[in-house]
Design a protein around this ligand. Sequence first.
Ligand SMILES: [Zn+2]
Length: 339
Amino acid sequence: MKISLLAIVIGITGIGIAAILLIGAISTNNEGISSVTDSNNRLTVITSVAPITNMVKNVACDRVDLIGIVPEGVDSHTFEPIPSDSIKIRGADLVIINGLNLEVSLERMVEASREDNPRIQLLKLADNTITPDEWIFDFSFPKEKGDPNPHLWLNVAYAIKYVELIRDKLIELDPENTSYYASNADHYIARLRALDEGIMRSVQSIPEENRKLLTYHDSWAYFAKRYGMKVIGAVQPSDFGEPTPQEVARIIDQIREERVPAIFASEVFPSKVVEQIAREAGVKIVETLADDVLPGRVGDYNHTYIGMMLENMRNMIVPLGGNVNALEDIDAGDVCNGG
Ligand SMILES: [Zn+2]
C-alpha cells in the first residue's frame, strides 16, 4: 500500500515538475521573441570537455546555469552522450563545444533536440578559431581520414580566442550582462596571456635538441607549433586502438635515433604498449600529461584549465631538461573566486 501511494505522489510531483519546466521553457520576453531560460532568466549553457567548461565558467561565473556534459576522466574522443543528456540539451539556450569533429555524437544530439527546441544555439570554438589552411593533420589524425587534430586549446593563444568567442556569444544572448562578461573575460585573458608567455619562456629553457615530443595520445600539435617544439610521433593509431608490432618497432627506432630523454602518456589512455616502448628504447616515461582532464577534484583551487596547463608544463618541461621558473607566478584559480 505504502509503495503504491508513494508511486502516486512521485507521479503527481513528476507532472508538477514537468509543468514547471514547460512554463520555464516557453517564457516570452518584451520583444515577443521567446527565449529558453530558467525561472531566474539565466541562460542555460551546456559544454563538452572540462577545459572548455572551465573557460565558460571564468567568463560567466554564476550568471549562467552551466552544465559540462563529458564526465571528468572520460575519453572525449569516444564519448557517447546518454539519454538524460538529451533532456539537458533540449532545455539549453547554448551548447558550446570544441568542434572540428571532436564531439560528433553530441552534435548529433543537439541537431535532434532542435526539433523540440529550435532556438538552441551551437557554438563550435575550434571551427571559429582557425581556417582550414591552419588545420593540422598528423599521426593519429591523418589527412585521408578527413578529421584534423582537434586539440587547439593546448595552444594558449587559441584558448584566448576561445574565451573571446565565448564572451561574444554570451553577450549576444544575454546583453544585460555585457559589462560583467566583458570584465571577467578581460581579467581572465590577462592571466592567459601571462600563461602563454610563461610557457614560451619555459620551452626556451629546454636544451634545443630535446625540444621533441613523443606522446601516446596525439594532442600536442598546435601547442608544439606555437611554442617551438617538434612532435616526432604519437603511439596511438587513428582508430584509437593499439599500434601493430611493426609500428611499435618503428617508434622504438625513432626514439633511439632522435635521442629524446622522455616520452609521454596520459592516465586517460592506459597502455601497456607505451611502457614496453619506453623500456625497449631505454627512455623515461611520464604518464601524467592531460589534454582534457583537470588536476585534482571539483572544487580544488587548481581544478582549472590554467591549473591543467601548469601541471602539464611541469610534467613535460622538467623531464626534457628545462625548468618552469617563468610559470611560478601564474595564478591557477578561477577569476570568479576573487583571484
Ligand atoms: Zn584528446
